[in-house]
Ligand binder design. Sequence first.
Ligand code: HAM
Length: 422
Amino acid sequence: MASNGGMVLVIKAPRGTHDILPSEMEKWHYVEEVARKVASDYGYKEIRTPIFEHTELFSRGIGDTTDIVEKEMYTFKDKGGRSITLRPEGTASIVRAIGEHKLYGKGKLQKLFMIGPMFRYERPQSGRYRQFWQLDFEAIGSSDPYLDVEIIALSVEIFSRLGLKGLSVELNSVGCPKCRPKYKELLKDYLRPYFDDLCESCQSRFDRNVLRILDCKNEGCRRITESAPRMVDYLCEECSWHFEEVKKGLNSLGIPYKINHRLVRGLDYYTKTAYEVISGELGAQNAVCGGGRYDGLSEDIGGPSIPGVGFAAGVERIVLTMEQQEVAFPRSRGMEYFVVVLDSRYKEFAARVVYELRHRGIYADMDYFGRSLKAQMRYADTMGARKVVFVGQEEVDSGMAKVKDMQTGEQVEVEWGKIGNE
Ligand code: HAM
């Protein structure tokens, strides 16, 4: 181990990353299991794309002037001199894969989901990490507004099946390349007289990414943008129709939502629908999920024109919200049999019993520390074993196992090969 002036350097996980320990893992499995079930009810199939991609995919897809591309990407040169980036999100990769494998075409709809880690060099805080996991759902191939409704409904369904309460859907339209440029100019005209009062980062956003000024958290900026022109009032006919249809669809499904004129999202590929699901429990990082439509993304990355809509939800934030709301996670599988070795000469026999039980799909275990009978019983108890099986000379010689029910204390004898039928 490395040492430094007599001090031992303890190697920890890199800042912003975290281990998901076995005790946490059960919660994660549960969240994933529910998401997979909802995916299958909605007809979404799993896809897995590489964890790293050519840097260009993200700079062109997410947008050169976004925080993600400007400041947050883990980018490096590989040994062949290519610029590689650890994926900061999944949408660009999935859209790339659809184009690359020609999974598109008239009347073809790809409904896909992906579960995996994403990487962003952000300032770590509660609910914000440098490596975090997303449940990512994408419906690619149609521009029907009812697909936007399906995506929003799907995300809400996952959260409601998980038992999350008090979440709110915030909705906006960010227009399209036809109507957005005009709106951006209007917004700039409105903001120009206040330029000196904007915070430093908003001043730099003014020319590069003026829409992001709308979601700045700074009090002063918020006061200025309070009465700024709103995108929804300047949508072109098509975007305006689309927005109305999405609202109509959500209304008819009874999914409550709030229009949030400040919602612009941190990725540039969005067109028309943009939405987030917000949890009151999460503090500053309050979005459990975000998404929207991205009809120009495939072309932006050099592919064919394919419309799409999707969302991604942060698994850490879901688990955090569930913990804060004290939502119950299902209990893990308990041990069924603990095989107690009464005499170390019969350890080999005990190992065979455990092996056979496991082979039959029964969760069984034994002692590996040469513990006393009492200590083995205590251990079986802490492991929540339902039954213990005793292995000693008498049991081996007679061919009959003694099986004790840990709850009732009742003990029965059963032939060795028939444990599980007692
Ligand atoms: P996003 O809003 O950047 O969108 O991320 C989606 C979700 O991932 C967030 O709502 C949050 O729950 C989680 N998340 C993001 N950054 C972090 C972080 N640093 N630490 C922990 N959790 C985080 C996207 O990534 C888009 N690809 C979503 C999408 C899919 N749009 C269309 N399709």
